[in-house]
Design a protein around this ligand. Structure first.
Ligand SMILES: Nc1nc2c(ncn2[C@@H]2O[C@H](COP(=O)(O)OP(=O)(O)OP(=O)(O)O)[C@@H](O)[C@H]2O)c(=O)[nH]1
Ligand SMILES: [Zn+2]
Length: 210
């Protein structure tokens, strides 16, 4: 699996520079085996024999967003004379907390106001963008702004809003142990930041969606 991604920091701005990055299946398998040993488990017992390979494949899938340039997701655009809000709500989101490598999951709401040329993208591409940035070691704040900034870069819209609501399993199954606690993050750009009424319209639609 070799495709473009960042040189120094896979989640940073140098993401755009691109470099070949590969998933090293053998290395991942060895690391999982080591982890099992470190936990006092026997990786050679029947039930665990295939576990290192399975876990390595799972991580390759969970971090698939490290190997794809997110900007390509929004390559296809079309002109549609719609100059008002386009909002996709309740996009299911599964990501991995970079502090503990356990899941955080919830929903993302992504909206934008196209520019005066009416440059829009397919609705599924907004969900693809959320998927791609989720499939990396992440923190929720960065995930939220990266989705917003990718839309700004590629669609040059008048405004963008991204809201992510998630439960962090690192706060539920360990540590402070508060299952059900939800974290909400938002990233607003352009008109949706500067115009209180535009932002209120978007937030009302997000809040009142059920
Ligand atoms: N801001 C932010 N914090 C996060 C996110 N995911 C996990 N964290 C927090 O990252 C922090 C890491 O804190 P540390 O004190 O270094 O690690 P820790 O001892 O395991 O912390 P506890 O979870 O409090 O036990 C914790 O407070 C987590 O709740 C995230 O997406 N955004
Ligand atoms: Zn965590």
């Amino acid at each position: 699996m070799t495709t473009r991604t960042g040189k120094n920091h896979p989640n940073g701005e140098d993401d755009l520079l691109g470099s070949d990055r590969v998933f090293d299946q053998d290395r991942a398998e060895k690391a999982v085996r080591e982890l099992l040993l470190a936990c006092g488990e026997d990786p050679d017992r029947d039930g665990l024999l295939d576990t290192p390979a399975r876990v390595a494949r799972a991580y390759r899938e969970m971090f698939a967003g490290l190997y794809t340039d997110p900007d390509h997701v929004l390559d296809k655009t079309f002109d549609e004379s719609h100059e008002e809000l386009i909002l996709v709500t309740d996009i299911p989101m599964y990501s991995t907390c970079e502090h503990h490598l356990v899941a955080f999951h919830g929903v993302a709401h992504v909206g934008y106001i196209p520019n005066c040329e009416g440059k829009v993208t397919g609705l599924s591409k907004l969900a693809r963008l959320v998927d791609l940035y989720s499939k990396r070691p992440q923190v929720q704040e960065r995930l939220t702004s990266q989705v917003a900034d990718a839309i700004v870069r590629k669609l040059e819209p008048r405004g963008v809003i991204v809201v992510v609501e998630a439960e962090h399993l690192c706060m539920a199954m360990r540590g402070i142990r508060k299952p059900g606690a939800r974290t909400t993050t938002s990233a607003v750009r352009g008109l949706l930041k500067t115009s209180a009424s535009s932002r209120a319209e978007a937030l009302d639609l997000i809040k009142g969606r059920r």
